[in-house]
Design a protein around this ligand. Structure first.
Ligand SMILES: Cc1ncc(COP(=O)(O)O)c(C=O)c1O
Length: 370
């Protein structure tokens, strides 16, 4: 297969790169990572998600291995987000049934919070913007939460969530950290780190590269912390973002948090964020070696190729955000300069995070049938 059409928008090397395990684990302590695994692995229905091999693609790209962590099989929520919000709800509520939890969401995080509340018999209020799809809203309602639709964008739904939560004494479970709100987002990231704990016993191969999709950077930071704790060798980390919302890219470029204005929402909605979260920033700013930004134009094609087993022996259900890691890898291998800077060669064992399956079924069907 020819991959000439797979192109990245921008590529950046981090001039401040200096990975340090202790520094990473200062912001997401080892004890938190231990607790998240101990807690989540006891949940009913828990099992490691599959670590698949993209055996056909690795041959075309002449790499040693391409692993794909398939989070479409994460409980019945179909995304890694199931590990974060639901875990934070359990820790914060301390099983006190009188608590009402709340959150603002673009979809997957709110679903996780709603599920966490349902598991513990708590009341739950989820705030979404008018742009969140009907299918995503229905999934949240199906988990017993009340959904409040707010006019405007995500930030408006967050503002409404904060206002009503303060008034009604609801406990906000948000995945974005700010100066005075760190602990709950840290819990969500600790939850995400168990993807790496699982991988550490799923393969004996040393991973050389990890492509990390980033919205506000929580998933990326959780994975970097997991690597600092569980892996012997540190791979190269490459942040992947839509070019319409490359807030980590711009922050790494200017060595400080840069807020960007999103003119048009990306198809990769989970990553359509304008500002990196504070704790992830502290972790990512020196740990990430490279950033890549992508246009939307290959998302549907890549999802379809995953679905019809063009890259692997098995069919893979991958949502819009999952396609991004794969597009970046293919685009990087197709560009000599980038391939050389990343040292992608026949010794490389690359890890891609298949962060979600068909979390929005209608959208998934529309895209793969395009
Ligand atoms: C499926 C999926 N992938 C990736 C991300 C990005 O995660 P983060 O915002 O923690 O960087 C999100 C965020 O919602 C998501 O839903």
């Amino acid at each position: 297969m020819h991959y000439k059409k797979w192109k990245y928008s921008k590529f950046l090397s981090n001039k401040n790169y200096k990975f340090n395990r202790d520094n990473v684990l200062k912001y997401l302590p080892s004890s938190m990572l231990n607790d998240s695994y101990k807690t989540i692995s006891k949940w009913k229905g828990y099992s490691s998600t599959p670590l698949l091999s993209l055996s056909k693609l690795k041959q075309s790209l002449e790499l040693n291995n391409i692993f794909y962590k398939d989070e479409s099989k994460r409980f019945h929520l179909k995304s890694f987000k199931a590990l974060g919000g639901a875990y934070a709800v359990e820790k914060i509520s301390k099983r006190n049934k009188k608590i009402t939890v709340s959150s603002a969401t673009a979809g997957n995080h709110g679903r996780s919070v709603a599920w966490g509340a349902q598991r513990l018999g708590l009341k739950c209020k989820i705030f979404v913007s008018q742009y969140v799809s009907k299918s995503r809203i229905q999934h949240i309602k199906d988990l017993g939460a009340d959904v409040i639709i707010v006019k405007g964008k995500y930030d408006d739904s967050l503002r409404a969530c904060k206002k009503l939560s303060k008034k009604n004494n609801w406990k906000i479970i948000q995945d974005v950290s700010t100066k005075n709100y760190k602990f709950i987002p840290q819990l969500t990231m600790a939850g995400y780190s168990i993807m790496i704990k699982e991988i550490s016993s799923q393969t004996k191969k040393y991973i050389t590269h990890i492509f990390l999709q980033a919205g506000v950077g929580g998933m990326a930071a959780g994975i970097v912390a997991g690597v600092a704790k569980y892996f012997k060798r540190i791979p190269k980390f490459i942040i992947v973002e839509p070019d319409k919302a490359s807030c980590v890219f711009e922050s790494i470029k200017s060595s400080k948090i840069k807020k960007i204005h999103i003119k048009k929402e990306s198809l990769m909605g989970g990553m359509s964020c304008g500002e990196v979260s504070l704790v992830p920033w502290k972790i990512l700013k020196k740990s990430v070696g490279y950033c890549i930004s992508l246009p939307d134009n290959n998302v549907a094609r890549t999802m379809k190729l995953l679905a019809n087993a063009s890259f692997s022996s098995k069919k893979i259900i991958a949502g819009e955000n999952s396609a991004a890691g794969l597009i970046s890898l293919i685009a990087a291998c197709g560009d000599k300069k980038v391939k050389n800077s990343l040292k992608l060669d026949s010794n490389s064992n690359v890890l891609l995070i298949g962060c979600e399956g068909d979390t929005d079924i209608e959208m998934y069907q529309k895209l793969i049938n395009k």
